[in-house]
Ligand binder design. Structure first.
Ligand code: NAP
Ligand code: 3JN
Length: 337
């Protein structure tokens, strides 16, 4: 089997770390692995398959000999360096929002639109974490009953905001337990024992950027601009695992029983739905897993054709690192790389 020279840009970050772990766990055919971050990380060592690997500083020469580069160092870095890598023939799988809405860049969730990957499209965008877990569940419902409208409210873990955000929550909990203050820098308010209805910045329409990402990215991935989406994105004091409450209105009638049966078979989805025994997806249980979990599926009794459901997935895995490595696997499977 052919092996590939791979680079991880942003290797020292919350997502980058998981990318390395995913490449390892999936036994991706890696010939060589280049770990890249900022000048702050020069000389740092990370582990890959039990071996210490030195972190290098990102420069325009970082992509020599590389065939696949996984980027997770933020939008500004992606804007500058993804074209450099792509120009050198590298397939770039980019985790930032920098390229997602570019009409020439495929925005891919392998369970939904693997056919959007093409040999000539060297930059491939990984969607926002909240969008990924949503579309994995929407896809089979759309195929069966045509979705008209989706109303989604998210309950997003702090790890979505990076390594420093996880430290902030842990430090606040520790300090408050000792009667100390809850200091904050990453979030706009104390996150410990709180719920913050703001993720990313506010736009002119009073939605946040995170909310509008979900609207636009969902339509692009599903390949259907007629699907109406409205979102409220909320930060909760959970370390890992985004949860979503989702209301779906369809054109055709779909019973909750039929939806459960269908989702139990859907690729990448695990159904946990047994209310009598208090079984439903929980962030704590889904952390560390690559699948998308769905439960609490029930008829929306306020409209003719509607469903309510609850979706949970590990935001650092399916929401970021696993979806990126899964795209790399898909490039190999489709003989694109
Ligand atoms: P993080 O924990 O703060 O890590 C940031 C990473 O970027 C670190 O490796 C950092 O290296 C590197 N970096 C920063 N400035 C750099 C520079 N000038 N040159 C090279 N590397 C640089 O953040 P994260 O949570 O891993 O997220 C990273 C990015 O991934 C986000 O900004 C976002 O664009 C994307 N992301 C996407 C999703 C999604 O929904 N798909 C979710 C989370 C994040 P140093 O350690 O050397 O500073
Ligand atoms: O906050 C979350 O739960 C998800 C955050 C994602 C994120 C964080 C910083 C920058 C993104 C993203 O992927 O949309 C970005 C970005 O815009 O690249």
């Amino acid at each position: 089997m052919k092996k590939y020279n791979v680079a991880v840009v942003g290797a020292t970050g919350a997502v980058g770390n998981e990318m390395i772990r995913m490449l390892e766990e999936r036994d991706f055919p890696v010939a060589s692995l280049r770990l890249v971050a900022s000048s702050r990380s020069i000389g740092k060592k990370l582990k890959y398959k039990g071996q210490a690997a030195l972190v290098e500083e990102l420069t325009k020469d970082s992509f020599k000999g590389v065939e696949i580069a996984l980027f997770s160092a933020g939008g500004a870095i992606s804007k500058e360096f993804a074209p450099v890598a792509a120009g050198a023939g590298v397939f770039v799988i980019d985790n930032s929002s920098a390229w997602r809405m570019d009409k020439d860049v495929p925005l891919v969730v392998p369970e939904v639109n693997p056919h959007d990957l093409k040999k000539e499209k060297k930059i491939i965008a990984n969607p926002n974490c909240s969008t990924i877990q949503l579309v994995v569940v929407l896809k089979p419902i759309h195929a069966a009953a045509k979705i008209k409208r989706v109303v989604v409210s998210t309950y997003q873990a702090v790890s979505g905001a990076g390594h420093k955000a996880m430290v902030e929550l842990a430090e606040q909990v520790k300090s408050l337990a000792k009667g100390g203050p809850a200091e904050y820098k990453v979030f706009p308010y104390q996150i410990a024992y709180n719920v913050i209805p703001q993720i990313d910045v506010f736009l002119d329409n009073d939605y946040t950027r995170e909310e509008m990402k979900m609207v636009l990215e969902t339509q692009k991935i599903m390949g259907d601009d007629s699907i109406q989406v409205t979102a409220t994105a909320v930060r909760v004091p959970v370390m890992r695992g985004h949860s979503e409450s989702v209301n779906i209105e369809t054109e055709k009638h779909l019973t909750a029983v039929a939806a459960k049966k269908m989702l139990a078979q859907a690729p990448g989805v695990i159904l946990i739905d047994d209310p009598a025994n208090k079984k439903y997806p929980l962030a704590l249980d889904c952390a560390g897993k690559i699948e998308t979990f769905v439960g609490r599926i029930r008829q929306d009794e306020s409209i003719k054709n509607g469903l309510n459901l609850w979706i949970v997935s590990d935001n650092l895995l399916k929401g970021a690192a696993w979806n990126a490595v899964q795209i790399a696997e898909e490039l190999v499977k489709q003989k694109i790389v």
